[in-house]
Design a protein around this ligand. Sequence first.
Ligand SMILES: CC(C)(COP(=O)(O)OP(=O)(O)OC[C@H]1O[C@@H](n2cnc3c(N)ncnc32)[C@H](O)[C@@H]1OP(=O)(O)O)[C@@H](O)C(=O)NCCC(=O)NCCS
Length: 169
Amino acid sequence: MIILVRMSKDEDIRIKKISGSDSTWITDFYQRRWGSSHVVTRGVIHDVPSLRGFIAMKSDKRIGLLCYRIDNQDFEIVTLDSLEEKIGVGSALIEKAVETARSESCRRIWLITTNDNSSALRFYQKLGFHLVAVHRNALEYSRKLKPEIPIFGQDGIPLRDEIELELII
Ligand SMILES: CC(C)(COP(=O)(O)OP(=O)(O)OC[C@H]1O[C@@H](n2cnc3c(N)ncnc32)[C@H](O)[C@@H]1OP(=O)(O)O)[C@@H](O)C(=O)NCCC(=O)NCCS
């Protein structure tokens, strides 16, 4: 069962599709925030600027980014970042992803987060996602593909496992 909790969203937040003119911003943003414009999930390297996705805008400022890929009716949220937290940016991007996944006839939305990311685990579960797998020590292999991945994550927690979440739609 899908339990999408709607949160009150800042009226000024607008979600738009990524276009060619966003690619420099996405590359710079990802490099600054995550050390490289590549992301590794389940042993696969993704080049973030080449993915499809959405940007959250407030006036003419970019305040959030969600990138995804579709494989065999599975919709993977590869990245989600909010630059102005707790005003509804993340939820608005997820809502757009759900709408898009449905229109693309996907049955499942899934994503990977890491074991240290307790705020993301709370966020996704409140939006109806289920924890479906813990891929123990997956970060060991991810670091071979992306050496910039740190040893310690949020709150000094050792960054070790991938946690897989899903929403059946
Ligand atoms: C996880 C993340 C994407 C959430 O984004 P966000 O923009 O803060 O999300 P929202 O504002 O929609 O919701 C966050 C919280 O604010 C609350 N909120 C939303 N709108 C609100 C409003 N108008 N007033 C008060 N609270 C509000 C939500 O209820 C939610 O509460 P919770 O933390 O108890 O779940 C963000 O924290 C982030 O970018 N984290 C770093 C990157 C990351 O971890 N990404 C996910 C890993 S894949």
